[in-house]
Structures are given as structure tokens and as C-alpha cells.
Design a binder for this molecule. Structure first.
Ligand code: NDP
Ligand code: GDR
Length: 359
């Protein structure tokens, strides 16, 4: 019998990589999508181009984590073997603007799903997309692992804290096979455009294309542990294949500043960024031309910042045999190449060759 997986958040970055991964493993994949005024399935549309997949292996259902009647009905109808709860209002800065909705979708949504599993009596495994935002990034706690105390610093982090504990609670109280994956930041060419990595790689390509003058950012000194999303979805799946449900950190065990991400992204296309070092108004300029390419806009500062995330994922490496494959530099190259192709119409390599010809 084919295994059935239900993915909430299937239209998001991780949802698309996980769908690809589970289809390759031979699963029948079901996804919950929300109704939008425009089509929101662009990250998974390419999968439907194969009619075999679209007709037999991948199915989409309208739903929402804020609607328990819908979730109950879908779980009864699909009767999945595994549920991956990836849906969330996932933007930390936006959560300060819509805190109540964030609590509803990112927090209570998880309870609705767990309770639907309990009510159905299904022996269904459950993955919760927990996050390094739970730690709050206190420098003295780094590197953070499964035992590090939590101190969320945003409505998003607080909502995810509720989800983390309700997942543990349903595991301990009702015997649900439920795991928290505490994942550190993971990115890809499919990353949403308002997260800092993708904002940077898109801006560099747009500056090259003459479509944008400069890149405006907030806190350049925040440190993150950035991995590749494609590596992380395998870890999610591995957690549900173990004999016992447990919680695991997935990370790269490296940390880098936003500033480094900016410098390396520009370097990919041959631009050396220098900083003028004047504090809040600090700017980054092109060493060769002197043009200002990066500036700081306090608009992008958050009411509270998570300063330093640096994951220790030894438990996942030892127990799951999981290890990230893509390095920090490879991740930047991959994202820059994709945005250069999309925005400039040529790969980074083609661009470099052309530049050398014209110098
Ligand atoms: P995205 O923001 O790319 O995707 C979020 C998904 O959730 C989208 O499919 C979105 O649908 C869906 N969604 C949002 N609100 C609802 C709702 N009320 N009901 C149903 N679906 C909803 O996130 P990622 O793929 O990057 O992340 C996946 C999960 O992992 C999230 O829960 C995130 O918080 C968590 N996480 C992510 C990390 C990362 O670095 N990427 C790190 C740690 C945790 P729509 O397309 O309709 O908007
Ligand atoms: P994060 O990701 O908050 O870590 O949450 P994001 O890319 O938004 O921010 C990372 C760091 O960059 C700083 N920053 C900026 N961020 C954005 N978005 N835009 C800017 O202009 C900017 N300038 C500086 C931020 O202040 C922050 O320090 C992501 C999400 O995927 C969550 O869902 C997930 O749980 C965590 O990662 C782990």
C-alpha cells in the first residue's frame, strides 16, 4: 500500500521541496491550499506538468489552519499516514503587525490539527515545523540545541512556542507520534522574496539589470545559521521514520551575519562592497565605482531582534544520520545564479564571462 502524506503549507518554500521528496519516495501526497485572488501554487505547478503525478499522486484540497471543521473533514477523508504541519504566518517582522492572526494560524492552528488526529483515532504521525526563533538568539546560549531554554522574542516566536509545547503535550498525553523539528533558517531559490536572503540576491540581480538602484536593509549585524531547504526536508521525513517520536534540531553548525551574506552575494557578480562604518546610516559602496549600493533603513528594524542563532544538530546527525550537504557559499551561489537567470536573463557564469570580455 502506498503511504499517504498530508502537507499543510504545501505552497510554501518547504512544502514544495517536501512534496518533491515524498513523491520520489513513492508517497501519495495531499496538500492543503488557501483560496487566493490569484493562483498561489507556482512553486509546485511544475509537478502537475507530469499528468501521471497530477492525476494519481498529488492532490490539493482547499482549507485553512484557522478552520477546524475543514481540518477534521480533511483528515477523516484523506486518512493520512503522516501529517507535516508546515503552514504558518511565517514572517517574524509581519507577526508584530498581525500578532493575533499569527497566534491563530501559527499557534492554535497546530492544536486544531492535533485534536483532529486525536478525534479521528487515526494512527497518524505528526511533524511540527518548530523553529530556532524559539531560542530568541541570546548570545550566551549559543550554540543552541534541544536542551537550550526558550525565550521567544516576537509574536511569531511566542505562537511557535505554543505549537512546540502542544505537540509535546499530545505526544505525552494521548500517545500521538508527534515530533518537533527545531529548524534553523533554511533558504533556497524558492525562498519568499521578503526574507532577507532572497531580498538580497534579488536586489543584486536587479541592480545588475538596472532595475533597482540600491538595496535597503535593517540590522546587518544579526547572525543566522543558514542552510539549504532541500537538505532540511529530508530531516523532517527521517524524524517520522524513527521507532520513537522525539524532537530534533536541524542546522549547519555555522553562523554568519547579514552583512556577510550581502558581501558574498555582490562578490558572486564581481562587486566588492565596502562599508563606510558610520553606524545607523552606514552604507555599502562599490569599491571600484564608489556608487552606494546598500543602505540602512530603520523601517526594517524590528521591535525586538534575535541577535545570534547558531545551531548544534549533533543529535540529528547521530540518531537520524542526517547531515546538510549544501554549504553557506554554495547556497549563495545557487540563489544568485537563479535570480540572475530570472532577472538578468543569464547565469552568473555567463555574466562573468561577458564582463571579462568587455573590461
Ligand atoms: P512559507 O512562508 O514559504 O510558507 C508558509 C505556508 O503556509 C504557505 O504555503 C502558506 O500558504 C501557508 N499558510 C499560511 N497561513 C496559513 C493558514 N492560515 N492556513 C493554511 N495555510 C497557511 O514558509 P516556509 O516554507 O519557509 O516554512 C515552512 C514552515 O517552517 C513554517 O511553519 C515556518 O514558520 C517554519 N520554519 C521555517 C524556517 C525557514 O527558515 N524557512 C525555519 C524554521 C521554521 P499561502 O501560499 O496560501 O500563503
Ligand atoms: P528570520 O528571517 O526572521 O530569521 O525568520 P528573515 O530573513 O526575515 O530575517 C533574518 C535577519 O535579517 C535581518 N534583516 C532583515 N530581514 C528582512 N526580512 N528584511 C530586511 O530588510 C532585513 N534587514 C535585516 C532581520 O532583522 C533578521 O535578524 C526566518 C523565517 O523563515 C521564520 O519562519 C523561521 O522560523 C526563522 O527564519 C528560523
Amino acid at each position: 500500500m502506498k503511504k499517504k502524506a498530508l502537507i499543510t503549507g504545501i505552497t510554501g518554500q518547504d512544502g514544495s521541496y517536501l512534496t518533491e521528496f515524498l513523491l520520489e519516495k513513492g508517497y501519495e501526497v495531499h496538500g492543503i491550499i488557501r483560496r487566493h485572488s490569484m493562483i498561489s501554487t507556482t512553486r509546485i505547478d511544475y509537478l502537475f506538468e507530469d499528468p501521471e503525478i497530477g492525476n494519481k499522486h498529488l492532490f490539493l484540497h482547499y482549507g485553512d489552519l484557522t478552520d477546524s471543521s475543514n481540518l477534521n473533514r480533511l483528515i477523516e477523508k484523506i486518512r493520512p499516514d503522516e501529517i507535516y504541519n508546515l503552514a504558518a504566518q511565517s514572517h517574524v517582522a509581519v507577526s508584530f503587525e498581525v500578532p493575533e492572526y499569527t497566534a491563530e494560524a501559527t499557534g492554535v492552528g497546530t492544536l486544531r490539527l492535533l485534536d483532529a488526529i486525536r478525534e479521528s483515532g487515526l494512527k497518524c504521525k505528526f511533524y511540527q515545523a518548530s523553529t530556532s526563533e524559539l531560542y530568541g538568539g541570546l548570545p550566551e546560549t549559543a550554540p543552541q540545541n534541544e536542551k537550550t531554554p526558550f525565550y521567544p522574542k516576537s509574536p511569531y516566536g511566542a505562537a511557535k512556542l505554543y505549537s512546540y509545547w502542544i505537540t509535546v503535550n499530545y505526544r505525552e498525553s494521548y500517545g500521538v507520534f508527534a515530533c518537533n523539528g527545531i529548524l534553523f533558517n533554511h533558504e533556497s531559490p524558492r525562498r519568499g522574496e521578503t526574507f532577507v536572503t532572497r531580498k538580497i540576491t534579488r536586489a543584486v540581480a536587479s541592480i545588475i539589470a538596472g532595475k533597482q538602484e540600491r538595496l535597503s536593509l535593517g540590522n546587518l549585524d544579526a547572525k543566522r545559521d543558514w542552510g539549504f531547504a532541500g537538505d532540511y526536508v529530508k530531516g523532517m521525513w527521517l524524524m517520522l521514520q524513527q521507532d520513537e517520536p522525539e524532537d530534533y534540531v536541524l542546522a549547519t553548525n555555522e553562523t554568519h551575519t547579514v552583512r556577510e551574506f550581502v558581501e558574498l552575494s555582490f562578490k558572486e557578480v564581481g562587486i566588492d562592497i565596502l562599508w563606510d562604518g558610520s553606524g545607523v546610516d552606514e552604507r555599502g559602496y562599490d569599491k571600484k565605482t564608489g556608487n552606494i549600493l546598500v543602505d540602512i533603513n530603520p523601517r526594517y528594524f524590528r521591535p525586538a531582534e534575535v541577535d545570534l542563532l547558531h545551531g548544534d544538530c549533533r543529535k540529528a546527525e547521530e540518531k537520524l544520520g542526517w547531515k546538510r550537504k549544501v554549504s553557506f557559499n554554495q547556497l549563495i551561489s545557487m540563489m544568485m545564479d537563479s535570480d540572475m537567470r530570472e532577472i538578468v536573463g543569464m547565469s552568473v557564469e555567463e555574466f562573468r564571462n561577458r564582463r571579462n570580455l568587455t573590461v
